[in-house]
Design a protein around this ligand. Structure first.
Ligand code: ATP
Ligand code: MG
Length: 202
């Protein structure tokens, strides 16, 4: 690279550093956050569990409620169960809501029971991170009351972080969140005929 180019590059980097430093200086509030991972692309639940493992690495206490259980146990849940860590509380919705379910009453009861675990986690100051996996579907199909869910999240202990996953996050949930990531489905292997793989898709 000629010296002119190098000088321009260094100049650009210095300006970028000033912007980043100023942003770091501005961010001084310390509290738990609400993170919503939504959209049609792959990577929502794995992101939620990735954040959970990140918290565990720092010795934090975490809780998970899965509002939809697939037919196959996912690797992250199998691994958590194998670890049997006292710092992890895990609950899955009993019946496992499915797309072709016809039993509103059974699903409603299962959703209420799962929510009772979620609301206990959201009220516990000893829990640093709560993952509510696939929560958006419970709101979409009105198995849970949106206002009640939002109130419980808003009233959580100050230091507690909540991660919510699921497609089509409700506007009020996005509004309440501090961080919202919309994962777009640009491509997915399944549409190319590749069978769901252990360790990748479940
Ligand atoms: P993951 O658990 O892999 O992070 P996700 O939580 O973003 O995925 P879900 O809608 O919960 O997505 O569906 C989970 C399963 O569906 C996974 O097997 C995933 O590979 C698959 N999947 C996710 N997005 C798509 C898509 N756009 N097209 C096809 N299959 C998808
Ligand atoms: Mg998911």
């Amino acid at each position: 690279m000629d010296s002119d180019k190098k000088a321009r590059h260094n100049d650009r980097m210095a300006r970028k550093k000033a912007v980043v430093d100023a942003a770091i200086e501005r961010a001084q509030t310390e509290r738990g956050v609400v993170i919503v991972i939504t959209g049609n692309g792959k990577g929502k639940s794995t992101s939620g569990f990735g954040t959970l493992f990140r918290a565990l690495g720092h010795g934090q206490n975490v809780g998970v409620v899965q509002f939809i259980k697939g037919t196959q146990a996912t690797g992250e849940v199998i691994f958590l169960q194998q670890c049997a860590l006292p710092s992890v509380q895990y609950f899955a919705m009993a019946t496992g809501f499915t797309w072709n379910t016809q039993n509103w009453d059974a699903d409603k009861q299962a959703a209420d029971e799962a929510w009772s675990h979620a609301s206990a986690l959201l009220a516990d100051p000893a829990v640093d991170l709560v993952l509510l996996d696939e929560l958006t579907y419970m709101l979409k199909y009105h198995f849970l009351d949106e206002a009640q869910v939002l109130d419980a999240i808003a009233a959580r202990p100050e230091g507690q972080t909540v991660v919510i996953t699921g497609r089509a996050a409700q506007p009020a949930l996005r509004e309440l969140a501090d961080t919202v990531s919309e994962i777009a489905a640009e491509k997915h292997a399944f549409k190319g005929g590749i069978k769901a793989r252990a360790g990748v898709d479940f």
